[in-house]
Design a binder for this molecule. Structure first.
Ligand code: FES
Length: 120
């Protein structure tokens, strides 16, 4: 599995989010309670960056575009319009560095998933 460096621990305030750009853009979240989470960066409703635009509410991230909510412990959508779960990734904090272990990344370069990714 691929592991990427995400950020330094002090780059996110509690209750904050950020996006790690790359072949698989990843959103990293630090809750007010000090829990780290990571997911695919885009909302599953439409293409919209949760790491850059999302708002944390406890253990949930709210997509401000249409107000979908996702449970960061499971990735499950908590309300419409989102119906597809976020793909979650494992976060590893080592010293002052935050790393993300990408789920499913060992299935080679399936990031650009063909014609279905085009359009709309
Ligand atoms: S794009 Fe996130 S709720 Fe619509």
């Amino acid at each position: 599995m691929a592991r990427i460096f995400a950020c330094k621990v002090d780059e996110i305030e509690p209750g904050g989010t950020l996006t790690v750009e790359g072949a698989t853009p990843v959103a990293v979240y630090l809750t007010e309670d000090g829990d780290w989470f990571a997911s695919d960066d885009s909302c599953t409703h439409e293409q919209f960056s949760l790491g850059t635009e999302g708002d944390l509410d406890g253990d949930e991230v709210v997509c401000p575009l249409h107000m979908a909510r996702f449970d960061l412990r499971t990735g499950k959508p908590m309300c419409f319009p989102a119906t597809i779960a976020l793909r979650m990734h494992e976060v590893v904090v080592e010293g002052d560095e935050v790393h993300v272990v990408l789920t499913g990344s060992d299935e080679s370069s399936a990031d650009a998933s063909g014609p279905a990714a085009m359009g709309a």
